[in-house]
Design a protein around this ligand. Structure first.
Ligand SMILES: [Zn+2]
Length: 449
């Protein structure tokens, strides 16, 4: 064991969620008894709900029991100095309302992430959350005693995503779970390659790198490519003269902006309908992250949605509807339209565009299949997978490892097969087995001994 000034020079890495699974990402990083927690996510498929789910009334124990949030029991009572939230996806911030109150520590995130976290807190009914939320931007460095948190901008399928370099007495750990390398992201910043390379020059003890898409060769196409795919499909759908409904991830502001712009370009009025779409779009607009035209209708409340759909039913060829329901969620607008529960009825000649992939789990797959079958049975044409992923494939993952050159490689955020694929890549890049670590939730890796 190395000692410096009588202090133990060890870094502890304790993944609490997100290893061997997709979702509920949460990791604790310890330096000499002081901890930084990175992300507090939920696992939506385990909670049997989606973007509209109301977990506010569920207890921590209930959610841990159903594998919906990380079991942080091992961390309770420890000296947690800070919580870092890398981006606003619910598998990274969704458990904040259930877990953060146990730690007397501020949480750091970009402005969009912070505002989305405030929304998570507002939905929380079991706990009072008093953690201070501190907005940071890429390039910022925050001092917490002997630990420095450095935020580095990356591209992903939600705006203002960062990876975090945690600099402590024992060395630097880079946590980079969700990212892609997109040089045409359409909105927001691009990945800060030069800082990542510089970090590699300075020396990185360990990197936790997301493995969620290690089964794809990559490179993952740009968001500009997604817009071109949409342009082609929307052009053909709109020129067929029927109703056009598009659904995508409510948090994917860039994609929503492309759909809005293309609707106007092809002479139709876009309408954004659904509670979660309203929530994300309103927050992004308020922060100035997206420039929606002032006349754009964005509605989440049932009455407003109902009234607008009556108008659309009367003249469907004037509009493009942007609605919730990309995973076939039972309470979404698209599913309720397909069920005949709303004033707009699906007719022959209507075109439904899924600008999303199905998140692979049995609930989503069966919900989506059912929804598509209902839409087709009513005469609609269904366009699927008009989408590009927000995650790096193998190619960009390799590029990241080569930029940062960590001494130790720790795959995270993925099922076991994906973690193994990254380990295999590590071996191909010359990492000996003792520098590649496949961890399990709750397991503690100590480096620097
Ligand atoms: Zn994400």
């Amino acid at each position: 064991m190395n000692f410096a000034g009588g202090r133990e020079m060890v870094i502890e890495i304790i993944p609490l969620g997100g290893l061997g699974e997709i979702g509920k990402n949460m990791t604790a990083i310890g330096f000499d008894g002081e901890y930084v927690v990175v992300d507090m996510g939920i696992r939506l498929d385990a909670i049997l709900g989606f973007e509209d789910v109301d977990i506010g009334g569920m207890s921590r124990e209930e959610l841990i029991g159903m594998n919906g949030i990380a079991d942080d029991t091992a961390l309770r009572g420890k000296d947690v100095k800070a919580i870092v939230l890398t981006h606003g996806h619910l598998d990274h911030i969704g458990a904040f309302g259930k877990l953060a109150h146990a730690y007397d520590a501020p949480a750091y995130g970009t402005p969009f992430t912070v505002e989305l976290t405030r929304h998570v807190i507002r939905e929380e009914r079991m706990f009072d959350i008093e953690n201070e939320l501190k907005p940071v931007m890429p390039g910022d460095i925050v001092d917490i005693g002997d630990i420095k948190l450095e935020f580095i901008g990356v591209t992903h399928s939600i705006l203002q995503t960062v990876v975090v370099a945690i600099h402590g007495p024992a060395g630097t750990l880079l946590y980079a779970s969700d990212f892609k390398f997109d040089d045409e992201p359409l909105l927001g910043y691009t990945t800060d390659y030069s800082r990542l390379k510089q970090l590699g020059d300075e020396g990185v003890l360990a990197a936790m790198i997301g493995a969620v898409r290690m089964n794809e060769p990559g490179p993952t196409p740009s968001e500009a490519h997604a817009r071109e795919m949409l342009r082609e499909v929307m052009n053909s759908a709109i020129s067929s003269g029927g109703g056009v409904l598009v659904t995508t991830f409510s948090s994917h502001i860039t994609r929503i902006k492309s759909i809005v712009d293309l609707s106007y370009e092809f002479g139709r009025t876009p309408l954004i309908l659904g509670r979660s779409l309203h929530n994300y779009c309103t927050i992004a607009s308020k922060l100035g992250l997206v420039d929606f035209p002032p006349e754009l209708h964005i509605h989440g409340r049932p009455n407003a949605v109902h009234n607008l759909l009556e108008e659309v039913e009367a003249s469907r060829d004037d509009y493009v509807l942007i609605v919730t329901g990309h995973q076939g969620e039972p309470t979404s607008i698209l599913t309720r339209i397909a069920n005949g529960q709303l004033p707009l009825k699906i007719r022959k000649g209507d075109e439904i565009i899924f600008s999303a992939s199905t998140i692979p789990n049995p609930i989503n797959e069966s919900n989506r299949e059912l929804l598509e079958a209902k839409l087709r049975a009513q005469g609609a044409r269904v366009h699927k997978d008009v989408h590009v992923s927000g995650h790096a494939g193998r190619q960009e993952t390799k590029e990241l490892i080569e930029l940062v050159r960590p001494e130790h490689l720790i795959p995270c955020h993925g099922t076991m097969d994906r973690l193994e694929l990254m380990a295999e890549m590590g071996r191909q890049l010359g990492y000996p087995d003792e520098r590649i670590h496949i961890l399990q939730n709750g397991e503690c890796l100590r480096l620097g001994e």
